[in-house]
Ligand binder design. Structure first.
Ligand SMILES: *Cc1c(COP(=O)(O)O)cnc(C)c1O
Length: 396
């Protein structure tokens, strides 16, 4: 990529990558299922351009708060193409979504209460989220012992049965869907085998007549050596018992759709040398690309200004613009080529849980470009936030 014309720091979106991911996932699902839906997890990267792009590809929007629900409506998703999950629904948007045939998966007791306010003369459909304890159903995928979940109604505790019973009291509301989402770090194919086996036992025990099964997200995107969309779809189909083969399968990928489509570009602005290290200061920040502060390295590429350069005999600690000591992104070991002011560093595959979690700390949201061929002018799809955007709605 030619980064010369870019204002740094910035994100660069390769929209073809996102579209290819969606198409491949759609093809994989439709090789097995007569009906399937990809519902894009809005929280994973809520850049409006991305929402527009996934809508154009026929995806639904998966939202987990009243803000995201209103946002998806504003972007233009028909309400029946919105999957509404999570505890942070407002009563108003919850009832609006149920009445307009969104796919609404019940997460809290208060939502069951709210159902009573629906008009009695019409019938309505909802789904319910089932609690999944990874250690109990797929111990090889657990992140830690008793890898439990805060979400959904638990079968083992009796709350699942209680939730179904309370909904059944409402003669005008039918449970037509089940929602099961967990995100093990392994993202393994066998995890979905274990989840499906567990959930379908519950479906059979309660003799649920379902229209859809929302299998959640948690998938790898296309990446060498990792499970493919096809392998996930195949395990869904092979694990499902024959009586469930016609169910509509919904997946809610976030990471699998957007992670690979975004690069982050930063420029070296200063170099210092002391304590046995070379400290590289860039105009980027770890806040933009590692908001959970767990990464120690990246899929990275250095674009040197000069064609040749000497080798650094000390480690080069590549760090960010902020005043935080821990704003250090990665270390190049001794023996790598020396970085100099003006050099560019590109971090690849940084589209998931980065831009949507960036704090407005010291530096505001960076500019976002669309990837274009090297002779074209870079196209901006979100301008850099300045003090104007930061000040909006403040009273002072
Ligand atoms: C976050 C989330 C997703 C997306 O998860 P990925 O790992 O990014 O695919 C899907 N569904 C629900 C309910 C979520 O909370």
């Amino acid at each position: 990529m030619n980064t010369n014309k870019l204002q740094t720091p910035c994100f660069v979106l390769d929209q073809r990558d996102v579209v290819d991911n969606i198409k491949e996932f759609q093809n994989a699902l439709s090789s097995f299922f007569p009906q399937s839906v990809i519902s894009y997890s809005v929280k994973t990267n809520s850049l409006p351009y991305i929402l527009k792009l996934v809508k154009e590809q026929g995806c639904y929007a998966e939202v987990v708060s009243y803000n995201e629900y209103n946002f998806a409506v504003r972007i233009g998703f028909p309400k029946e193409h919105i999957v509404y999950n999570g505890p942070m629904k407002s009563k108003e948007t919850f009832l609006d979504a149920v009445r307009h045939h969104s796919i609404v998966n019940i997460e809290t007791w208060r939502e069951i209460e709210w159902l009573q306010e629906l008009p009695r003369e019409e019938t309505f459909e909802v789904g319910v989220r089932l609690n999944i304890n990874i250690s109990a159903i797929s111990p090889e995928d657990e992140n830690h012992p008793n890898d439990d979940s805060r979400f959904g109604f638990s079968y083992e505790s009796g709350e699942w049965e209680e939730a179904l019973a309370r909904i059944a009291e409402l003669k005008n509301v039918m449970v037509v869907g089940i929602h099961s989402h967990r995100e093990p770090k392994t993202r393994s194919v066998s995890f979905y085998h274990n989840v499906i086996s567990y959930v379908q036992d519950v479906i059979h025990e309660y003799n649920l007549k379902l229209k859809y099964w929302d299998l959640g997200g948690g998938f790898f995107g296309s990446m060498p050596g990792k499970p493919t969309y096809y392998e996930y779809a195949e395990v869904f189909y092979k694990t499902l018992s024959a009586d469930l083969h016609d169910i509509s399968i919904i997946v809610e990928p976030g990471n699998a759709v957007v992670a690979s489509g975004f690069d982050y570009v930063m420029e070296v602005i200063d170099v210092k040398k002391h304590d046995g290290n070379i400290y590289i200061c860039t105009d980027g920040t770890r806040n933009d690309v590692d908001p959970f502060f767990h990464k120690s390295d990246y899929f990275k590429e250095v674009i040197y200004q000069d064609e040749v350069g000497d080798v650094a005999s000390q480690p080069q600690i590549v760090s960010g613009l902020s005043c935080l000591e821990y704003d250090r992104m990665f270390t190049l070991p001794a023996g790598e080529r020396r970085l100099q002011p003006g050099d560019h560093i590109v971090l690849h595959r940084v589209g998931a849980y980065t831009m949507s979690l960036t704090p407005l700390f010291i530096h505001y949201f960076p500019v976002v470009y669309l990837k274009t061929s090297s002779d074209e002018r870079p196209q901006i799809i979100r301008e850099e936030w300045t003090e104007d955007e930061f000040l909006q709605k403040s009273i002072y």
